[in-house]
Design a protein around this ligand. Structure first.
Ligand SMILES: [Zn+2]
Length: 61
């Protein structure tokens, strides 16, 4: 995914920064513990499409 795009993307809920998890193709919001999917290289920034992180799931820095 484009790094520039990543820089301007924020969480739609808290407007916080996102962590790009490359292997899973997800964007993680640490504050909300949500993972937004990246489909065909396009981040889907919808709360309805986001996955809730498992409590034990480690969030990359
Ligand atoms: Zn958030």
């Amino acid at each position: 995914m484009d790094n520039k795009l990543l820089e301007i993307l924020v969480c739609p809920l808290c407007k916080g920064p996102l962590v790009y998890r490359k292997p899973q193709q997800e964007l993680i919001c640490r504050g909300d513990r949500l993972a937004f999917p990246i489909k065909d290289g396009i981040p889907v920034m919808l709360e309805s499409d986001a996955r809730e992180l498992d409590p034990t799931e480690e969030i990359p820095k």
